[in-house]
Design a protein around this ligand. Structure first.
Ligand code: FE2
Length: 308
């Protein structure tokens, strides 16, 4: 099968999702809504690091202090009401139906240069699929950089594995248990080797050939949550900041459409986390049930998702 990168195609969102589920990638030039989100994010990031330049602050701060700063900055971005509004505007401008499109709160990522901080709050991602972390097969990821990126601080896709399974440890991952144990402030205190049992490959992964898409700030990369992807080891000399969020279309979820599951064995589901584009309501209970398993109730504990 070929690997296609579509640039600013004319197709609608239904067609786009269908192609994403086949493993294709989509790139869009910056639009007013994504640029506005970038501008909002830069202000938050720059205020947090002031008077330092966020891209080079890593050279002027002890790593513990840096991680603590990110430990405050990232949640404030994630839960900022304005962040959700920016997503809603983007969904609209990029052709999604706000009544059937649900989104998870956006994440602000940072990738520091030269292995300054690659664990905890700024984890340098080994090759993984989001479906190893309880994402449903219909999840689609939107990713865009906040500042200019280069090939040596981008993200990488490994599309040959879209249809080919990779032996991995996802069987040991339960979404609810994970959130109980690791969600929250303590992640900011991890600055050396990362003790969290993140699902990862247990076989050698052929990292090359790989695709790195170097796009300007506010330019959007869309990919299936089942796509194998990783952080490029950052040797650029500057910290990369990027935004990403995940989408689920309720009609896809209901019809159980999505990317093929070639190797994910995790339990639990992220389905409770997505909020509807139009009114921030949760995915209907009957759909959640289709993706959930008995682990949601285990030990009398019921997972509490992020609220609108
Ligand atoms: Fe990911």
């Amino acid at each position: 099968m070929n690997d296609t990168v579509y640039f600013d195609p004319a197709c609608d969102d239904d067609e786009r999702r269908r192609r994403l589920f086949e493993g294709q990638l989509f790139v869009y030039a910056p639009r007013p809504s994504s640029l506005a989100f970038v501008e909002f994010t830069r202000k938050l990031v720059e205020d947090a690091f002031a008077p330092l330049d966020p891209r080079t602050a890593q050279y002027h701060m002890p790593v513990d202090e840096y991680a603590q700063l990110l430990g405050k900055l990232k949640p404030s971005f994630i839960h900022h009401p304005e962040s959700k509004r920016h997503i809603q505007r983007m969904l609209n401008e990029f052709g999604c139906d706000l009544d059937t499109t649900y989104f998870d709160v956006p994440k602000l990522r940072s990738s520091t240069s030269d292995e300054y901080l690659t664990s905890g709050i700024a984890y340098a991602w080994h090759p993984h699929r989001d479906t190893w972390y309880s994402a449903p097969p219909c999840q689609i990821n939107w990713w865009f950089p906040v500042y200019e990126i280069t090939s040596d601080n981008a993200m990488a896709f490994h599309p040959r594995y879209f249809k080919e399974g990779v032996a991995n440890t996802s069987a040991g991952y339960n979404y609810y248990l994970w959130n109980q144990q690791f969600r929250g402030a303590q992640v900011a205190s991890i600055t050396k080797s990362d003790p969290r049992p993140l699902p990862k490959p247990t076989q050698p992964v052929e990292m090359n050939p790989q695709i790195r898409l170097v796009v300007p700030p506010g330019s959007l990369i869309m990919f299936s949550g089942a796509q194998l992807h990783s952080s490029v080891p950052n040797t650029s000399g500057v910290t990369r900041f990027s935004i990403d969020f995940r989408l689920v279309n309720s009609e896809d979820a209901r019809a159980q459409r999505g990317a093929p599951n070639v190797d994910a064995q995790c339990t639990g589901t992220t389905m409770r986390d997505y909020l509807r584009g139009s009114d921030l309501s949760h995915v209907p209970e009957e759909i959640i049930k289709m993706y959930d398993d008995e682990t949601a109730q285990q030990g009398g504990m019921l997972y509490q998702p992020t609220t609108a």
